[in-house]
Design a protein. Structure first.
Length: 357
């Protein structure tokens, strides 16, 4: 089977390479831990209205537990998001990028890729979580097999939330996979981030592969940096982000992303205010993602912000162990009080009734 990974003129591929905000889509649950379809649709509508250029569904923020047999929500949440996009005119032929999270061993991953492709998703974000003991050869074959079904976005996920260390040698081989169209760099580690950048630069595919930050602790500086690791190497840029942090306060994320991209394109000096804001975003992320407890409360933290805005009814997760950490709610309150300019509460309040219909 040959997969169309898009060309320069393919709308979604053009968008991906141009660089956009892609929120990692949360899961809306009732207090009985059932899918809250109305609020799930409302979240998708929010991201479209906020100006995002894509969404990622079935990823870590959507909760990996949606795949459990007793839960069975992987296909339903992808279907709901696709339907909500269609109703907003963001159909599968539009530039709006549809990313599906793909997990598990190769058989499971290929199955999920088939579901996503059939529902009109453009790209599969392939998590290698759960394959800790697999060799590089096994991991690369895994990516190739998924890539026979749907174009692949590589994913360097930080070990604290289930990822594994991936060597520079692995990335130098991964970038040779023809169906690899993008990489989400999210190791929360500057050295490992540079491993990916170097592999792309060495590959000669720097004009073809779209680089996205998943480093929620380093968003703005990732977007502003011109990466040139040797005088004779090309200059690379991270053009967008696929982030859990961008699942909240998305209108502000869109504004900051646009500001960063404009500065990069014009090669203008970076305003001091933007560097200050970069640190503030990282500080707010520390509260939302529960950095103090090794990111144990990351998903409930995202839910808590959305709950306060009225988007969600609670912070419930499918796994009972995923809940707000001690004092995490207070930390989120402090972040909101310190940085009200990072929030978009007024925007959500103005449109919430419309999205909830």
């Amino acid at each position: 089977m040959t997969v169309d990974s898009g060309t320069d003129s393919t709308p979604w591929r053009t968008t991906l390479r141009h660089g956009v905000v892609i929120p990692a889509h949360p899961l809306a649950l009732t207090d009985a831990k059932r899918l809250d379809e109305r609020r799930q649709r409302a979240l998708t509508r929010y991201y479209v209205a906020a100006g995002a250029g894509g969404i990622a569904v079935g990823v870590h923020t959507t909760q990996f537990a949606i795949r459990r047999r007793d839960v069975g929500l992987y296909q339903p949440v992808l279907e709901l998001a696709a339907a909500a996009l269609d109703e907003r005119g963001m159909h599968r032929e539009s530039p709006f990028v549809r990313v599906a999270g793909i997990c598990g061993d190769t058989a499971q991953a290929v199955g999920e890729a088939s579901v996503a492709a059939a529902l009109g998703y453009h790209v599969g974000l392939v998590s290698l979580a759960g394959m800790e003991r697999a060799t590089d050869d096994t991991l690369l074959d895994h990516l190739r097999q998924v890539g026979q079904v749907i174009p692949v976005m590589g994913f360097y996920l930080q070990p604290a939330v289930g990822g594994r260390v991936l060597s520079s040698a692995f990335w130098h081989r991964a970038v040779e996979i023809e169906t690899l169209v993008a990489i989400k760099i999210a190791p929360f580690d500057r050295y490992r981030t540079l491993d990916v950048i170097r592999a792309v630069a060495d590959s000669g595919r720097h004009d073809d592969l779209a680089l996205y930050t998943g480093n929620d602790d380093h968003i703005v500086l990732d977007l502003l940096t011109a990466f040139q690791l040797a005088a004779d190497m090309p200059v690379l840029h991270i053009v967008g982000g696929l982030l859990g942090q961008w699942a909240v306060w998305t209108t502000r994320a869109v504004e900051t992303h646009a500001e960063c991209r404009a500065l990069v394109r014009s090669r203008s000096a970076v305003p001091a205010e933007l560097l200050t804001r970069a640190a503030q975003i990282t500080d707010a992320n520390a509260a939302i993602f529960d950095a103090a407890h090794g990111f144990a409360g990351v998903i409930p933290g995202i839910h808590e912000v959305l709950r306060r805005q009225g988007m969600l009814c609670g912070t419930w997760c499918l796994d009972d162990g995923e809940r707000l950490a001690p004092a995490q709610a207070e930390s989120i309150t402090r972040a909101i009080d310190r940085y009200p300019h990072l929030t978009d509460d007024d925007f959500v309040t103005a449109h919430l009734d419309e999205w909830m219909r």
